[in-house]
Design a protein around this ligand. Structure first.
Ligand code: NAD
Length: 329
């Protein structure tokens, strides 16, 4: 039984702690949160004990650390976990600064410890199956990927101001998915953005509507479009076109019930937001980490994947700001 120390008992910390507790292969030994009540409530639910971040990281009866604290704490907590010789599963992003990520990855590399980053979309059953068929050659050589990701509505302004901007906060998931699907590094990024949903987002120096075109050195292209609004729910679709055909994965509806009448055919709404849409993906992600640590397997997505996605997000932000394509090393 792998014994976890979970740092952060907020929205995503709860999701992960519940998966660990239900896994039958691991347990939440300790939980920490800056808010004592948040820690106590979740600890009671999953059968854990409450302790401080520092005590959890050095505890002899903790085998692995799951980091679900706010982004500014990730890099230092990864380093502390690694310095204690513990494998770490950390929520995205490692940091909003590429330099800070590089510094953090050096510590992990020096200690030769395991670090996995929570890019959950790789573990969505449909997206994972699509990527496997791509790698098995179902559509030949990949030529073009299209990723559409729209939130049902914009987050609160307090969140927007601290988020690092749409490209680093929201599109980072799609940038990682693009690398996962295309299987090559992107060398040039071209971005457009606007505040069409809420002018206050534009006034805060951010965008709520964005499109990015990226290309690899061999010429493969990816197009990502993001919006902070979709009147019909959390719109999550991907399509990959190759030399021998096309693979696509669409939205998941609340039920498979369809109404047909003289006005046409009507399906139920799509799953409304990330905890519902990616519930299975979050669970598969944590179970993959447990399996990797227990059985000595390599983890993915790694810290390097976290770094590459952040570089693309920085390039997209710069391209939007300057109106020019940005090269990525
Ligand atoms: N992969 C995904 O789809 C996904 C989804 C949501 C959030 N996230 C990421 O997860 C992280 C947490 O997001 P959230 O939405 O759960 O936030 P949240 O605010 O709901 O939860 C964060 C929790 O951490 C606690 N906290 C704050 N500082 C702390 C510290 N120093 N030590 C211990 N606990 C501390 C807070 O009290 C809070 O309970 C963010 O980095 C975010 O980017 C990822």
């Amino acid at each position: 039984m792998l014994r976890f120390g979970v740092l952060g008992a907020g929205r995503i910390g709860k999701v992960h702690a519940r998966t660990i507790a239900a896994s039958g292969k691991a347990k939440v030994a300790y939980l920490a949160d800056a808010l004592p009540k948040a820690a106590a409530d979740l600890a009671a639910e999953v059968g854990a004990r409450v302790a401080s971040v520092e005590d959890i990281i050095k505890a002899k009866d903790v085998d692995a650390i799951l980091i679900a604290t706010p982004t500014p704490f990730h890099a230092e907590q990864i380093e502390a976990g690694s310095n204690a010789g513990k494998p770490v599963l950390c929520e995205k992003p490692v940091s909003l600064s590429v330099e800070r990520i590089e510094q953090c990855l050096k510590v992990v590399e020096k200690n030769k410890t395991t670090l996995m980053i929570g890019f959950n979309r790789r573990f969505d059953p449909s997206f994972a199956a699509l990527q496997k068929r791509l790698r098995d050659g179902a559509v030949g050589s990949v030529e073009m990927a299209t990723i559409i990701s729209r939130d049902p509505g914009p987050p609160p302004m307090d969140y927007v101001k601290l988020s690092g901007g749409l490209f680093r906060d929201m599109m980072i998931h799609d940038l990682d998915l693009a690398r996962f699907l295309v299987g090559e590094e992107f060398t040039v990024v071209n971005a457009l953005g606007a505040s069409l949903v809420d002018k206050a987002i534009g006034a805060a120096g951010d965008v709520d509507t964005a499109a990015v075109h990226m290309q690899t050195a061999s010429g493969k292209i990816c197009v990502i479009t993001n919006s902070r609004r979709a009147t019909y729910g959390y719109d999550q679709r991907i399509e990959v076109h190759g030399s021998k055909g096309m693979l696509r994965a669409g939205n998941i509806h609340n039920t498979t019930v369809e109404l047909a009448n003289g006005e046409g055919f009507r399906e139920d709404p799509i799953l409304n937001f990330f905890t519902e849409r990616y519930g299975q993906a979050y669970a598969n992600e944590v179970l993959t980490f447990i399996d990797a640590v227990t059985n000595g397997k390599t983890v993915a997505p790694s810290g390097f994947d976290g770094l590459q996605a952040q570089k693309l997000a920085d390039a997209a932000t710069l391209s939007w700001q300057t109106g020019a394509p940005v090269k990525v090393s």
